[in-house]
Design a binder for this molecule. Structure first.
Ligand SMILES: Nc1nc2c(ncn2[C@@H]2O[C@H](COP(=O)(O)OP(=O)(O)OP(=O)(O)O)[C@@H](O)[C@H]2O)c(=O)[nH]1
Ligand SMILES: [Mg+2]
Length: 413
């Protein structure tokens, strides 16, 4: 893949350079505007920087969206979008058999297993006293099962706990997981391999991931991505849109609320054009509402929002109000797998005010420590929907899979 930075005085100028050099197959990865750096930077000309990529093979533009003529006639009778003939689903994104399937009905998502309850209670108990380490004898834990009298962990479990902490998992969570396994174990002489297997199983049991959406031809699924600046919201939105539109043949529409930066609108517009789907720009809650209402026959409506620092209270309120105007919206909090624990806590606290129902972790390719993924789940108890692991659109995304997250965290341990 060729990646290059193009600089112009306007976004149009920079994008024209991209088109001249890379042609129509170029994918815009990033756009930024600012003043030129250097000695005269302070009073320098404004400039727009566009980072674009050209895939070798395959690329998005070479896969033309399916014709929707037949589909329009079928609306209302179709159960789910049929995959294109002989289609493969390399991204594991769009409801392929064999992906982990979880009942995603609201009721099923509320239900947590007994082991999960045990871990969460231990974790919450430990988290209450600031740096207090869970001692295995808390009253909360005893509600779901008496903790072992003997709280000294065997050395293989201590090693696993250390490994989890090294993977950037919150220390209290790592302790709660291994302690809960030890608490439940039937065979105190279990081998290190067996203990490792039990820990992996427990981690998978406490996590939740939802399967990819399926559309029944009734009301559109409306999804908004929210999150801090630069975590990959727009890129992830484009990946999701391209996969559902091009691979699954779903009828997809995009709305952007990120209207303050012209480059942000152009970034999404470029993606929309390449994928061959419409984009609407909405500035107010009323406009969002109208945009959604105008697309009542679409399968999927994806809403991009402006990245905001978790300290930007005004921005957070704006997004909250704009999204509140749409009923049955599903909000996905996007965060980078490279986020540090303290920042994650802050992000979750602030975006809790906007509200979100799902988690998306991005930039899995930029780290080798994935414990933060389980920590994010522990702090929110919202299931994962997608995982993203690179800049390439539409390739670097997949439906979240609990076992895979556990494997990433445990690595070669
Ligand atoms: N390595 C890596 N880079 C990513 C991933 N997802 C997005 N990026 C890159 O992260 C940068 C920011 O991506 P955007 O999609 O613009 O992020 P955003 O959250 O929309 O940013 P704002 O709208 O400015 O808040 C771009 O350079 C993307 O190519 C990923 O999974 N891995
Ligand atoms: Mg964006």
């Amino acid at each position: 893949m060729k990646v290059k930075r193009f600089v112009g005085e306007t976004i149009q100028e920079a994008v024209a350079q991209v088109r001249d050099e890379f042609g129509p197959d170029a994918v815009i990865l990033d756009t930024r505007s600012g003043r030129r750096r250097g000695l005269w930077g302070l009073f320098g000309k404004r400039q727009v920087q566009v980072v674009a990529a050209l895939e070798a093979e395959p690329n998005m533009a070479s896969i033309r969206p399916r014709k929707r003529k037949a589909r329009e006639n079928l609306k209302g009778t179709e159960v789910a979008p049929a995959p294109p003939e002989n289609s493969v689903n390399p991204l594991n994104l769009v409801g392929s058999p064999g992906t982990q399937q979880v009942d995603s009905s609201p009721r099923a998502l509320e239900v947590e297993s007994r082991p999960a309850k045990l871990v969460w209670q231990m974790y919450q108990e430990a988290a209450k006293g600031s740096d207090k380490v869970y001692d295995g004898k808390s009253s909360a834990a005893s509600e779901v099962g008496a903790a072992r009298e003997d709280v000294t962990l065997p050395s293989p479990l201590i090693r696993i706990e250390k490994r989890l902490v090294e993977s950037e998992m919150d220390e209290k969570l790592a302790k709660a997981i291994v302690q809960s396994v030890w608490n439940d174990i039937d065979d105190p002489l279990a081998s290190p391999e067996e203990l490792a297997r039990l820990v992996a199983e427990r981690m998978a049991a406490i996590l939740r991931c939802v399967p990819p959406w399926e559309f029944d031809g009734s009301l559109p699924k409306v999804v908004a991505l929210v999150g801090p600046t630069g975590v990959g919201k727009t890129t992830t939105l484009a990946k999701i849109a391209a996969n559902y539109s091009i691979i699954a043949g779903a009828d997809v529409g995009l709305i952007t609320l990120d209207t303050h930066r012209i480059a942000a609108v152009d970034q999404l517009r470029t993606y929309a054009q390449i994928i061959g789907i419409p984009l609407k720009v909405a500035e107010t809650a009323q406009e969002v509402k109208e945009a959604v209402r105008g697309w009542s026959r679409k399968d999927l409506i994806l809403i991009d929002t402006a990245g905001m620092s978790q300290r930007d209270t005004q921005g957070l309120r704006y997004v909250e109000a704009a999204l509140e105007s749409v009923t049955d919206i599903e909000r996905h909090l996007v965060f980078s797998a490279t986020t540090r624990y303290r920042d994650l806590v802050d992000i979750i606290r602030r975006f809790d005010e906007v509200g979100f129902e799902r988690l998306i972790a991005t930039k899995l390719d930029e780290t080798t420590s994935y414990g933060i993924l389980l920590t994010a789940y522990a702090l929110t108890r919202k299931p994962y929907s997608f995982l993203a692991d690179g800049q390439a659109v539409p390739e670097c995304i997949q439906a979240a899979d609990c076992r895979q997250i556990v494997e990433l965290i445990l690595g070669d341990a």
